[in-house]
Design a protein around this ligand. Structure first.
Ligand SMILES: *Cc1c(COP(=O)(O)O)cnc(C)c1O
Length: 482
């Protein structure tokens, strides 16, 4: 944390902002939570906000905006083509990333759609440090294959490796030798690996990957959706970078890459996305598709208000006391859980705290969806909504059996600057209770299962009456408490 020490010993994450607008929350009683999770088919995506106390599903489109961002929305220049807002946003991106061309898109996956259509052909490979759900789907739809070249430590839940998101560069070199550079559509590094716990990539790794890409003439693409957290970790964990400014680190990453795309639902705290590149030919190729899928080149499916606020949000992202807010709260939460002996992914990453459901519910059979069951149990015990990132989020094997995920995580996202320390402490308190009573938690089974991306709309039921027993124990221990 930035240079603030405490007299009483205990270090606490400190907000460098104050709250000036609030939204009322309700915590419904456990009897209602039992009903709500049943109505939602034990799928937290299908819960309604009115039944949720703390929404830790995601950081997408729900980070708090600053007063300056909201004020800027009133100055947005509405026009279909050539709006001054577009010019301001583009100038800000050029200033920060130093790349000449900007293609706006309505969100991150829309940028992925354009990239996959442009670069990927039947039979091509896209090596990456780790996949993201929508990225993989777009590469596959265009006939390509995603190869994940992470290092073994990436999937180790208990680790002190500061950069578990690094790509295995030996594996990358071997792949290029085996398949040939022309079979590789592009190399993708995801800043802050979403699906393995928001684990960062070191600047040294960006440099090594860039060198390999350039010497083989392969485009090097950075998914910068979670870049803000990654910048914080490079600055605080990488010895060689501790004297660099956030602006310098950002510019260095941009210089190493050929193209950067991002979801502005995360980066910049608005709702939108985009692509930047300095390659004229790539720009023209992408530009020809933009009006078909997104909108004219000066809005790309976004509202100009969001674009105006994005320019301000990107500038604010260059402030180390702004971008540390997510990571220091997550670090606090993870460290508290570790102190209590609760299985959680370490070291703390960006995006959120990730409970290790494989270990938390080791008594539940793997086929009964440990991370999903933990998500239901936590909601019942606390009104906190997390997101299953485990076997339910995988597709079935071709023979119809479940593909058991390598990691079973319950992600508790901490949208940036949204929750207070008390709310984090409440969540830790309820997780601790749940851990002490984990033997009461049982498994889940599908009763409605969509064929693809089943985690969004699938419905499950408990394999026994464990949820009633858990609620009864809650009443026994907590009386009439909410
Ligand atoms: C969220 C996310 C995306 C997709 O962005 P959307 O705006 O949700 O479409 C792509 N990559 C990463 C790493 C993400 O976290």
């Amino acid at each position: 944390m930035a240079n603030i020490r405490f007299h009483l010993g205990e270090a606490i994450p400190l907000e460098m902002h104050k709250v000036r607008t609030v939204q009322r929350l309700d915590l419904v009683p456990i009897e209602r939570r039992l009903e709500a999770i049943e109505e939602a088919g034990n799928n937290t995506f299908l819960l309604f906000n009115k039944d949720i106390y703390l929404d830790m599903l995601t950081d997408s489109g729900v980070n708090a905006m600053s007063d300056q961002q909201i004020a800027s929305m009133m100055t947005a220049d509405d026009s279909y083509a050539g709006s001054a807002t577009f010019t301001r946003l583009k100038d800000k991106l050029v200033e920060i990333l130093g790349k000449e061309h900007f293609l706006p898109a309505h969100q991150g996956r829309a940028a992925e759609n354009l990239l996959a259509r442009y670069y990927v052909e039947e039979g091509m490979f896209v090596p990456m440090n780790y996949h993201f759900t929508t990225t993989k789907a777009h590469v596959m739809v265009n006939g390509g294959t995603v190869l994940e070249l992470y290092k073994p430590e990436a999937l180790n839940p208990v680790s002190d490796d500061p950069f578990k998101g690094d790509m295995d560069t030996d594996a990358l070199t071997a792949l290029i030798e085996k398949e040939g550079a022309d079979k590789i559509a592009f190399i993708r590094i995801e800043a802050g690996t979403n699906l393995i716990g928001g684990q960062p990539v070191s600047l040294a790794n960006y440099e090594a990957v860039s060198k390999i890409a350039r010497s083989n003439g392969i485009p090097f693409v950075v998914d910068a959706s979670l870049l803000a957290d990654n910048l914080h970790f490079i600055k605080t964990r990488e010895e060689a970078c501790k004297d660099m400014s956030i602006r310098e680190i950002t510019k260095r990453i941009a210089d190493l890459s050929d193209l950067i795309y991002f979801s502005a639902r995360k980066l910049g705290h608005v709702r939108g996305g985009g692509i930047v590149t300095d390659n004229e030919e790539v720009f023209k190729g992408l530009l020809s598709m933009l009006p078909l899928y997104e909108g004219f080149s000066t809005y790309g499916g976004m509202s100009v208000r969001e674009m105006e606020a994005m320019a301000v949000g990107l500038e604010e992202t260059m402030d180390e006391h702004m971008i540390n807010q997510g990571p220091i709260f997550i670090e606090y939460m993870v460290n508290e859980l570790v102190k209590l002996g609760i299985p959680v992914i370490t070291p703390p990453g960006g995006l959120g705290a990730h409970l290790d459901a494989m270990a938390f519910l080791s008594h539940v059979p793997k086929e009964q969806y440990r991370a999903g069951a933990l998500g239901s149990a936590l909601y019942i015990a606390s009104g906190v909504r997390g997101m299953e990132r485990g076997t339910i989020s995988e597709e079935r094997n071709p023979d119809g059996t479940d593909h058991i995920a390598a990691v079973e995580l319950l992600r508790l996202a901490l949208p940036r600057r949204v929750f207070t320390l008390s709310q984090v402490k409440y969540t830790v308190d309820r997780i601790a209770w749940l851990y002490e009573n984990r033997e009461l938690i049982g498994g889940l089974e599908f009763y409605e299962e969509p064929e693809i991306l089943r985690f969004f709309f699938g419905k499950l039921k408990p394999t026994s009456d464990w949820q009633q027993k858990l609620a009864a124990k809650f009443r026994e221990d907590f009386g009439d408490s909410l």
